[in-house]
Design a protein around this ligand. Structure first.
Ligand SMILES: [Zn+2]
Length: 374
């Protein structure tokens, strides 16, 4: 009797398993580029489905001359992997990791350069890809530092290594290609914008080179991205350098993005950390905003400029009775610090292993606007 019951239960479980297998959305791997799914048939989606993806983000990868000189291994070869090896397990821990590539990766062909007009070696992105970065934001005030050529070289390199980039593009077709990463059946749509380009004008007729903060364009982009993805993630290069709290303009833009129904805003540019908070949009939609992720790897020191971190959230998608629910939960932040010895041996380390008291203070700083129920 017992045996028969076990057998029936096993058959039932197998049937449920098979049904789930048939109904579940395919667990596609990260794919890129993702074309508009114009032929997608919603009726083929299962009645209920629940899945989650973990997402991390790191701040500015700002490669000063003293940093690339330390990474030099030959006449025109570089290796940045040792600089981030201590935090590599943390960078690659989430399903998907976003980084702000502040300096363009134009390569040695056009000559490397440091502040104020940066150009960095290709090996920078190689190292970050090796550490687990999946997508690079390249809309920032340094995008145009070395002109179109640096952007074309950078985008070539990203394509070569198979890493999507967002916010700066080689041409208008490239700019029209939505950056959607499908992981565990959850489609993450990425957009990126910058407040400006250090006074360097965007070349005539080439607005694709860098996405500027432009509300009508953003409304359109976000609307389009909502149709193609489950969660919309917007990278914002904004705020005032070296200021540890968001200003009114950032808060106003965060509210604007919440009003558009964006799920997550990843901020950077101040080169120091600014806190995280929930911002409520006009329809009651709550958007998670991290105002600034600070510097992740740079040659800047002092006044918190060597402090950065690895931000993370969980994004859950639930389909039930014809409605889709997207939830952003479990915000986390692991503070990091860049150390060096007389501009040699640049290393990114977990702050708790270098200065426990400062680590605690940074944690408090980042979580100050999140109450416990969040
Ligand atoms: Zn910047």
């Amino acid at each position: 009797m017992m045996k028969k019951w076990i057998l029936s239960a096993a058959v039932l479980l197998a049937a449920i398993g098979a049904a789930f297998f048939l109904l579940a959305e395919p667990q596609e791997n990260t794919e890129y580029p993702v074309k508009a799914h114009s032929g997608m048939n919603m009726s083929q989606q299962p009645k209920s489905f629940k899945s989650a993806v973990t997402l991390s983000a790191i701040g500015d990868i700002l490669i000063h001359g003293r940093v690339y000189n330390d990474a030099k291994t030959g006449s025109s070869t570089y290796d940045f992997k040792p600089m981030i090896k201590d935090v590599k397990p943390l960078i690659g821990k989430s399903d998907i990791t976003f980084a702000n590539q502040e300096t363009m990766i134009g390569g040695t062909e056009i000559g490397l350069s440091t502040y104020p007009s940066f150009n960095s070696p290709f090996e920078v992105v190689d190292a970050f890809q090796d550490a687990g970065v999946d997508i690079a934001g390249i809309a920032n005030n340094h995008t145009l530092d070395r002109g179109e050529k640096a952007i074309l070289n950078a985008t070539d390199r990203y394509d070569e290594i198979g890493m999507p980039y967002v916010g700066g593009y080689r041409n208008s077709q490239d700019a029209d290609e939505p950056r959607v990463i499908n992981k565990n059946g959850v489609k993450l749509g990425f957009l990126a914008y910058t407040y400006g380009t250090n006074g360097i004008p965007v070349p005539e007729g080439k607005p694709h080179l860098v996405n500027l903060i432009d509300k009508p364009k953003m409304i359109k982009d976000i609307e389009e991205m909502k149709k193609l993805s489950d969660a919309v993630i917007v990278s914002m290069h904004w705020g005032v350098e070296y200021i540890r709290l968001p200003n009114e303009e950032q808060q106003e833009l965060a509210k604007f993005l919440a009003d558009q129904g964006v799920d997550l805003v990843i901020g950077h540019h101040p080169h120091v950390l600014q806190p995280m908070e929930w911002v409520e949009g006009q329809n009651g939609k709550k958007t998670f905003v991290v105002y600034s992720l600070g510097n992740f790897l740079s040659g800047q020191v002092g006044e918190y400029k060597e402090i950065g971190g690895i931000f993370s959230v969980k994004i859950t998608k639930e389909l039930s009775k014809g409605t889709k629910k997207i939830e952003v939960t479990e915000p986390g932040f692991v503070p990091t610090i860049v150390v060096n010895q007389n501009n040699r041996a640049y290393r990114v380390k977990e702050l708790k292993n270098v200065d426990q008291a400062q680590n605690n203070a940074i944690q408090e700083h980042m979580f100050q606007n999140l109450n416990e129920e969040n």
